[in-house]
Design a binder for this molecule. Structure first.
Ligand code: SF4
Length: 458
């Protein structure tokens, strides 16, 4: 009983978070920056912050995460971090030779009030940024928002740093995929290729954080959206932002800077959200969704139909990042399951509004923001038990204490593999999610079945 001190009675808390259901902004900024080809993320703060951000990503992706740090000590904390960042940029370009450095702030540099735009301008004026190299930045104070906010802020920073406005727009559609796995980004690109629609995905961590083992260390792996592609995002006719929380800020920045209109869609997780994404892409570009994709959809629907008796009416608690939860709540309802507790540590009123739209007449405890933590989730489950828990690795303590089948999904997953290699988006992703959910539920049925009801064929 690891969490035996969690009381059943829910007390109203104003100022205390216990086991937050989120992590800090720079983790997301670092992940977004890794989706640019030849880019080295840089943490403008203390070494401890950078070490934490890197280890959070390394543990989830099982890949070495490279990043620089401004290495603040007491002096920088008092006098500001300009000298540290100037020195860092000089060292990074001299020793590690990236094409791009993506600087994000931390709690400390934000509290000091460092003006990163001014420091980067000074670095350029002082000749510390070599010709043809670029430094972009994002403000990521961790005392607001979450890792998802940090991702969104860095995507906006990428758009601000590269997109070039032109009078002539082409027929291409930018796609901002949101904070999803490298495999999801690869799957979105595959679906676009199958349709034949001209698209440009950014950021793109496929072939960066799921790169094949070659026996050689690549400081800058082959994947990532290239500088030329990022410049060209300003010439696209439209941006589709997948997931409001992670992607809208970048799309809005592109519209502000380059007059590229945008639409926000839910992450294409589950059948209906995937339908909406593909149909909208088809409408925008004039390319039809091919039979090959329609057949994939049919296979996903077939699993739902075949296995309905194991899914119907099952009560589910789900926690994690808002964009994933929005899409998953809809998917669970489509499976005739009952999402009864929905928890996200990321703040934002839009979450409650969208989840309420999806739930309709279905009742659920929906909480997000600072006080929507793992402690509250555990209390809600104690009061109103569920058949299944879905969320990141931190859910394993609750699952163990309450003896609930557990499906790992989201960030971070620290104790299993597969999440970065197999997509959850699209119809293929729906099939993977179905397989994971059904396996968890049916394993439990097998475990608990008395001998006379222990079935070979299920
Ligand atoms: S001090 Fe702020 S930026 Fe640094 S690790 Fe902690 S929460 Fe993140």
């Amino acid at each position: 009983m690891l969490l035996r001190h969690t009381p059943t009675e829910v007390a109203k808390r104003e100022a205390l978070t216990i086991n937050p259901a989120k992590t800090c902004q720079p983790v997301g900024a670092m992940y977004a920056a890794l989706g640019i080809h030849g880019c080295l993320p840089h943490s403008h703060g203390s070494q401890g912050c950078c070490a934490y951000h890197r280890s959070a990503l390394t543990r989830h992706y099982k890949e070495p995460i490279m990043a620089g740090t401004s290495s603040f000590t007491e002096g920088a904390s008092v006098f500001g971090g300009q000298a540290n960042l100037l020195q860092a940029l000089n060292t990074i370009f001299t020793v590690y030779d990236p094409d791009i450095v993506a600087v994000h702030s931390t709690c400390l540099s934000e509290t000091i009030g460092d003006d990163m735009a001014q420091i980067i301008r000074k670095a350029i004026d002082d000749g510390k940024v070599p010709e043809g190299k670029t430094v972009i930045y994002a403000s990521t104070p961790s005392y607001v928002g979450s890792h998802v906010t940090g991702f969104a802020n860095m995507v906006a920073g990428i758009a601000r740093g590269f997109a070039y406005d032109t009078e002539e727009k082409n027929g291409r559609v930018n796609i901002i995929p949101g904070w999803v796995e490298p495999a999801d980004m690869r799957e979105i690109k595959r679906l676009c290729r199958e349709i034949g629609a001209p698209t440009l995905l950014f950021p793109d961590t496929s072939d960066v954080l799921d790169a094949p083992q070659t026996g050689h260390h690549e400081m800058y792996p082959a994947g990532g959206t290239t500088r030329e592609e990022l410049v060209a995002t300003g010439a696209s006719m439209m941006t589709l932002a997948l997931g409001k929380f992670a992607s809208e800020a970048g799309a809005a920045e592109l519209r502000r800077q380059c007059r590229v209109p945008f639409e926000v869609l839910d992450l294409p997780i589950g059948i209906r959200a995937t339908d909406r994404f593909l149909l909208r892409l088809s409408e925008l570009t004039g390319y039809q969704v091919p039979d090959s994709i329609t057949k994939e959809r049919g296979r996903a629907v077939d699993i739902v139909t075949d296995m309905q008796q194991y899914l119907s009416g099952k009560r589910v608690a789900i926690f994690g990042d808002p964009d994933q939860l929005i899409a998953m709540t809809e998917f669970l309802l489509d499976l005739d399951m009952r999402p009864v507790h929905v928890i996200s540590g990321t703040p934002g009123k839009a979450f409650q509004t969208r989840i309420a739209e999806i739930l309709g007449d279905n009742e659920a405890e929906v909480h997000n923001g600072q006080r929507a933590d793992m402690f509250l989730l555990h209390q809600l489950i104690k009061n109103d038990h569920v058949d299944l828990l879905i969320g990141n690795t931190y859910g394993k303590y609750i699952a163990r204490d309450e003896d609930i089948p557990f499906v790992r999904m989201g960030f971070p997953i620290l104790d299993r593999v597969g999440h970065s290699y197999f997509p959850t988006v699209g119809y293929a992703g729906a099939m993977r999610l179905l397989e994971k959910i059904l396996s968890a539920l049916m394993d439990r049925q097998d475990r608990d079945a008395p001998e006379e009801r222990f079935e070979l064929v299920m």
